[in-house]
Design a protein around this ligand. Structure first.
Ligand code: SF4
Length: 134
């Protein structure tokens, strides 16, 4: 069913010259259809860019952690899963500073005190005080 819908969407995009906004937790689906990706956490965009750039070189720790959760076909069968620790926050009671800081492996004092804004750099944008290097 999902594959049929993706094929239908892809043909509509091409034949009707449509732009669509696809909301999904499935990076596999997104990578098949999207030219650009906006990653959201706790109701805010934390990273955006072309699909190849965001999936190939994530700069936000949340994007990187999401990608690390996906089991790889070449992983040994007994490889442990790599979930993101903790739980997403309640949107009505967000943590101070960066909403991802309680779950982020790179969090520092500044992250707990100050919410990062979305900083654009060419075709990329990231909301993080300490973006991951390319
Ligand atoms: S601002 Fe700090 S806590 Fe938030 S994602 Fe970046 S490094 Fe992690």
């Amino acid at each position: 069913m999902q594959a049929d819908i993706l094929v239908l969407l892809a043909s509509l995009i091409t034949e009707q010259r449509l732009a669509i906004v696809l909301v999904s937790h499935d990076f596999g689906v997104v990578s098949r259809l999207a030219d650009r990706i906006h990653v959201m956490y706790a109701g805010r965009i934390v990273e955006e860019g072309t699909t190849a750039a965001v999936l190939g070189e994530p700069k936000h720790p949340y994007t990187a952690a999401l990608l690390a959760c996906i089991p790889r076909m070449d992983d040994p069968l007994d490889s442990p899963l790599r979930p993101i620790p903790g739980q997403p926050p309640e949107v009505r009671s967000l943590p101070t500073g960066c909403a991802f800081h309680p779950r982020c492996a790179y969090a520092q004092a500044r992250c707990r005190a100050e919410a990062p804004g979305l900083v654009h750099d060419g075709a990329r944008a990231v909301a993080c005080h300490f973006p991951l290097p390319a």
